[in-house]
Design a protein around this ligand. Structure first.
Ligand code: KIV
Ligand code: ZN
Length: 530
């Protein structure tokens, strides 16, 4: 019988803290629901001391998401652990995840503490976390570069203090596979009491080895894997959940292990994250990239037609990837549409089907062939959780190779129509400036990516944008046949999110100004490296 590997998803913590991947509360909740559907065993919901937003997200996820264990991160100090517990206490199965760096580099330059001090501190922190919660995970940060015999001492101290999970992070993505595997083998065989403790991997992709190292950790005895959807995370990212899960499944002949992940939910999870963060998945990304199952070379196509096993080591359907086949057109009925959505992992209720069918008929009128990608775009339309302060009613743009471009935009706010025009360096810039003039919250675009979705001339343009409004970054994403309109609507979506969040923050500040409810929170830039 294959042993179980627990999947610890940290998309909403290590993933979300990386630049360009931030999400608001509603977006985090939407992602958490999808992670529950996917079947993750542990969901790390955030780092409550880091910001009010992180705290709220952990609290909300703890009260709504019931199946997985909900974890919250805390440094090894009282304030962090108290805050983590406050956020977690409504969870069905809470876990406090506390961490402290153990490598000499971190001790000397970051923490300025001796090895003895660190040992005492970590034992105290695990014990303190344990006073709230039976399930406590400890991570010796930068374990990969920690002196081995000192690491063993730290692990021993954490286990004695009551840690139920020991996570050995390769924080800076430095380890080679053999080194990472050996670290697990050493801890497992040399630290007393390890039979009661789950060992966990946590790898970063700085040298492109996060997934390979995760598998090495499993060979060394780890039975929990920390990973993120699409591999998002600090710097080069964390181990990609979908890659680890499929490697374990496809190569069970050499790794007698299994996970509880519903693999058909991998592609929908990847797409949802991409939609929420505005960060597109690279085309050649393993498992969930658009080209992951595309066969271009004639020889390959021939082989695939004869028998898919020639060039496919797993079926696209197994990861929930829609096939690129044309499935529906303007004569397709509701029944066929509902069936196809079900196959794509979107079982629709009657009202949802009604909404989707309306958009489908409009797209089918415009295009001869409606692809799975179009269907996914349609079903995700209008699922925006943030209330729209401004709605786009009209958009016109004039661009020229000579000189500046002009855009005119009409937005509705509270039933009132406001029209304005602006010029810019190009048509998109002009549209953004016109929107700024109406919303009154000027944004600075940090990243704009435009690509086509669908085949040939029938493809639509998808714009993903990250823009800063009043010092905070917001994302937007839109698909339309008109490239500039896609960019303008994506920008407006980001501006609407900004307007909503700024309004909420203003209300929260006004509320906390009342002394009885004052709520002191540490800013996201925390001392000590986090
Ligand atoms: O990379 C790392 O070391 C971490 C820890 C907080 C687990 O993310
Ligand atoms: Zn990390």
């Amino acid at each position: 019988m294959a042993e179980q590997v627990f999947i610890f998803d940290t998309t909403l913590r290590d993933g979300e803290q990386s630049p360009g991947c931030s999400m608001n509360l509603q977006e985090k909740l939407e992602m958490a629901r999808q992670l529950e559907r996917l079947g993750v065993d542990i969901l790390e919901a955030g780092f409550p001391i880091a910001s009010a937003g992180d705290f709220e997200a952990v609290e909300a996820i703890s009260s709504e998401i019931r199946r997985p264990v909900i974890a919250a991160l805390a440094r090894a100090n009282q304030l962090d652990i108290d805050r983590a517990w406050q956020a977690l206490k409504g969870a069905e199965r809470p876990r406090i995840h506390t961490f402290l760096a153990t490598s000499d580099i971190h001790l000397k330059y970051k923490l300025r503490k001796t090895r003895e001090e660190i040992l005492k501190l970590l034992a105290w922190a695990v014990g303190y976390a344990k006073s709230f919660c039976a399930d406590v995970e400890f991570s010796p940060e930068d374990a990969g570069r920690t002196d081995r015999s000192y690491l063993l001492e730290c692990c021993h101290a954490a286990v004695e203090a009551g840690a139920t999970v020991l996570n050995l992070p390769d924080t800076v993505g430095y380890c080679l596979e053999s080194e990472y595997e050996q670290m697990f083998a050493d801890v497992r065989s040399k630290v007393p009491g390890m039979d009661q403790v789950v060992l966990s991997t946590h790898t970063h992709d700085d040298l492109g080895m996060a997934v390979a190292n995760t598998l090495a950790g499993l060979r060394g005895g780890a039975r929990q894997v920390e990973c993120t959807i699409n591999g998002i995370g600090e710097r080069a990212g964390n181990a990609a959940l979908e890659e680890v899960v499929m490697a374990v499944l496809v190569r069970r002949d050499v790794l007698p292990l299994q996970t509880q992940i519903r693999t058909e939910e991998l592609y929908p999870s990847s797409q949802l994250l991409s939609r929420l963060t505005g960060v597109a998945v690279q085309r050649n990304k393993a498992i969930v990239g658009r080209n992951a199952f595309a066969h271009e070379a004639g020889i390959h196509q021939d082989g695939i037609l004869k028998n898919a096993i020639t060039y496919e080591i797993m079926q696209p359907e197994k990861v929930g990837m829609p096939s690129n086949h044309i499935v529906l057109g303007k004569h397709s009925g509701r029944h066929a549409l509902a069936k196809r959505y079900e196959e794509l992992g979107y079982p629709l209720t009657k009202p949802e089907l009604d909404r989707v069918y309306q958009s489908f008929t409009q797209v089918a009128d415009r295009k001869k062939q409606v692809y799975d990608e179009d269907l996914i775009a349609i079903v995700n339309e209008g699922t925006e959780q943030t209330p729209e302060t401004f709605t786009l009613k009209l958009f016109e743009s004039v661009s020229s190779s000579e000189g500046r471009s002009t855009a005119t935009v009409e937005l509705a706010r509270d039933g009132q129509l406001i029209r304005d025009s602006a010029t810019g360096e190009g048509p998109c810039d002009a549209a953004f400036r016109a929107i700024d003039r109406i919303t009154g919250i000027p944004g600075a675009v940090a990243d704009l990516s435009l690509h086509t979705v669908g085949e040939g001339a029938e493809g639509v343009a998808e714009a993903s944008i990250r823009a800063r409004f009043e010092g905070r970054e917001f994302t937007g994403r839109w698909r339309s046949q008109n490239v500039v309109e896609s960019a303008a609507r994506a920008y407006l979506q980001a501006a609407n999110r900004a307007a909503y969040e700024l309004q909420r923050s203003a209300e929260a500040t006004a509320a906390s100004a009342k002394p009885a409810h004052s709520n002191v929170l540490v800013d996201r830039m925390l001392p000590g490296g986090y």
